[in-house]
Design a protein around this ligand. Sequence first.
Ligand code: HEC
Ligand code: HEC
Length: 297
Amino acid sequence: MNNKLISLIIVLAIVLSGLYWVFGLPMVGSPVIPVSADAIARGEYIYNAGGCAACHQLEEAEGPSGGYKIEVEEPFPNVYFTPNITPDEETGIGGWTGRDFILAMKHGRSPGGGFYWPSFPYRTYTNMTDEDVLDLAAYLMTQPAIRSEIPDHELPAWQFDFLMAGWNILADYMEGEPPAVADDPQIQRGAYLARALGHCGECHTPRNELGMMVLSEEFAGSDIVSTPINQEGLSGWTRFDFVGLLELGMTASFDFVGGEMADVVEHTSQLSPEDREAYAAFFISDDAGGGDDFNFD
Ligand code: HEC
Ligand code: HEC
């Protein structure tokens, strides 16, 4: 073989592996969705802790049959409609496998290999353990199937979903690292709840021009809520105040939160008292006291 041919083959190999890297599906094996009653019960808890209903279940709906409208202005004005995540074969996620769930929830990829838009907070759910995703799947797949056709997203014609391939790779580099978490099981649990399930940062962490979260400034305030809820922003709060917010929706200055935060409280109020305390321990590291053993139950 002459040198030209060898160079050509090398270049081709690099291009092909680049394309595979960008468009190939991540290797996630073929995990099995558990069927035990325990797994389903754990999945129901995770479904609540993940705040899935806020986006997938309309108030009048009997289940997560989708159709909730999400309008975003930045970086581009888009309208998204959430899909039906009940196990209906035609209009929902009937027939989804464990692999489909891991790819969707943790990698933002659809069963057909397409890319989801980040209006679905998969970059947060990627921090979930596979076990939690599969328990969640166990719960969803045993819920009643609801037939519900969802309108198409309203996006500009140039906005192809494969652009998200590049966006995700850039985001991996640009998001940065969130502050380290103390080596304490309760605080670690709180971090898992906030960063993997409750997706607090999706609304409270600032974003860059490309709409990626700036994790190094985690909870420093965003276009949605300017008030910071980092350690500094919450310096006047005790853990007791924080538990009160998650359970009753009341802030340290005795206001009740409204709007989207009221939807969040709908799920945090159903968590176990231990999990609300874990949240409080993660958000308020420097507790000024005030009865953190107290629960509102
Ligand atoms: C902030 C709103 C929001 C939250 C919270 C949310 N989702 Fe979604 N989800 C979406 C949107 C929007 C899409 C569609 C994305 C797209 O079409 O690119 C989606 C897509 C999905 C899909 C893919 C369905 C399909 O038919 O392809 C699944 C599965 C899913 N979500 C499950 C969940 C689960 C489980 C939770 C809770 C852990 C959750 N979502 C929380 C907005 C949300
Ligand atoms: C869908 C967007 C959204 C999500 C997700 C969200 N929040 Fe909020 N949050 C808000 C909005 C909007 C407000 C302002 C509400 C108001 O002033 O009525 C708020 C207010 C707050 C406040 C009160 C700040 C103050 O000083 O008044 C705290 C604390 C807070 N959120 C914590 C959390 C935690 C913890 C989570 C995760 C479990 C979370 N939020 C998830 C939108 C969100």
